[in-house]
Design a protein around this ligand. Structure first.
Ligand code: IMP
Ligand code: MG
Length: 173
């Protein structure tokens, strides 16, 4: 399962950074609930760990699904909403939780979509950022790791639906 891959970020490095992010987020929100909007499928492990790292803040978890990549390693540039939220977000603090930001196309689409629903606040947390590939600038408030322009898998991230269950983040060679 890990043949042809090499570790970029180990599970213990991820765990330490996720705890730091949760602490940082908790410092910024004095009133809850904070709605964590997990963008499926890639962020399902990140959101599960992040949510459990909060100590004080009232947190709720909701899911959306977006597809932009198809089966390949390069973005189609087309974003499709495949599953919407099933709760209104008007008047609530919203934190979009993503696995990775690459071109920025997905997150700028999502941000625009949710802004129209009049949340009390709207911010983005991403575990990984590949800044070299940015096509659309996006204001990301919380970033786990900035990584080089390599295709990565594991900890929720896939290549053609494989590798999501790996504990480390690995480069696919
Ligand atoms: P963007 O729209 O180009 O920013 O792409 C964001 C989406 O592409 C992410 O939510 C991922 O699903 C996918 N993606 C981008 N880079 C990678 C990668 O290195 N590994 C796995 N998925 C990726
Ligand atoms: Mg994704």
């Amino acid at each position: 399962m890990t043949a042809g891959t090499r570790v970029l970020i180990s599970s213990s490095q991820i765990a330490a950074r996720v705890n730091e992010l949760a602490a940082e987020i908790e410092r910024d929100y004095t009133d809850g609930p904070l709605y964590l909007i997990s963008v499926l499928k890639g962020s399902f492990i990140f959101v599960a760990d992040l949510a459990r790292a909060f100590r004080r803040l009232q947190v709720r978890i909701e899911f959306m699904a977006i597809s932009s990549y198809g089966q390949g390693q390069t973005s189609s540039g087309q974003v499709k909403l495949t599953r919407d939220l099933d709760v209104p977000i008007e008047g609530h603090h919203i934190l979009i939780v993503e696995d990775i930001i690459d071109s920025g196309v997905t997150l700028s689409y999502l941000k625009r979509l949710l802004e129209h629903r009049k949340p009390k606040s709207l911010a983005i947390a991403t575990l990984l950022d590949k800044p070299e590939k940015r096509v659309q600038p996006v204001d990301v408030k919380y970033t786990g790791f900035r990584i080089p322009d390599e295709f990565v898998v594991g900890y929720g991230l896939d290549f053609a639906e494989d590798y999501r269950n790996l504990s480390d983040i690995r480069i696919l060679d």
